[in-house]
Design a protein around this ligand. Structure first.
Ligand SMILES: [Mg+2]
Length: 214
């Protein structure tokens, strides 16, 4: 278990993001088809496949792991012309910036990263927690990570708590009604359904977790 994310570990996270989106592509498509236009599997797989291809160049160009995530965000912005792609681009750019300027991302930095990621998406998308969006998994993940870091837990445990928080947010989010974006058109019909963007958010946190536990 890596206890901090240096540039090599950030590259491993990129690889895991690509793999996890590819592996869950059909599930993302299925969830998005029920509530949206069904393109989320393609959008996510394509965005992170692109990051996978650019990993070596990003690692070379960036001075530190935070800047690697910020550059990855810029690449996603260029290559995922969709709402979720734009939101994720901003999330990675702001989160990366929030922890840049240091050689490694530690446990407390990880909590800062997830919070900045969520805040960027909230600011750009205009949704609030409880609107049945990805924010319903990102904020619980950020809160769990912050609590774990405050207790003095290491990066692996902070990420495990974040992943558990995200999963809980996903499950609780099923009971919520969508009010925002394309799923918001369906309103009451969305109660009991899984928000596809929230599932994508869970996968992102899980990718960090899995990449660093190897
Ligand atoms: Mg869609």
């Amino acid at each position: 278990m890596a206890e901090e994310i240096g540039k090599a570990e950030a590259a491993a996270v990129f690889g895991k993001l690509k793999a996890i989106m590819e592996k869950n592509r059909e599930e993302l498509t299925r969830l998005d088809a029920a509530l949206g236009d069904g393109d989320l599997g393609m959008v996510m797989a394509k965005a992170f496949a692109h990051i996978g291809e650019k990993t070596a160049a990003i690692q070379e160009q960036a001075a530190d792991p935070g800047k690697m995530f910020a550059l990855a965000g810029m690449e996603i912005g260029k290559n995922a012309p969709s709402t979720m792609g734009t939101l994720l681009a901003s999330g990675f750019m702001k989160a990366g910036k929030a922890v840049s300027g240091k050689p490694a991302i530690g446990a407390a930095d990880m909590a800062v990263f997830i919070k900045a990621f969520a805040d960027a998406i909230a600011a750009l998308g205009g949704a609030s927690q409880g609107d049945k969006t990805v924010l319903d998994v990102l904020y619980p993940a950020a809160q769990a990570a912050e609590g774990a870091a405050r207790e003095g837990l290491g990066l692996g445990d902070v990420l495990a708590k974040a992943a558990a928080g995200a999963q809980k947010g996903l499950e609780e989010g099923r009971g919520l009604m969508a009010r925002h974006g394309r799923p918001g058109i369906f309103r009451e019909k969305t109660i009991g359904m899984t928000d596809p963007g929230s599932f994508a958010g869970v996968l992102i946190i899980r990718a960090f977790c899995e990449a660093l536990s190897q």
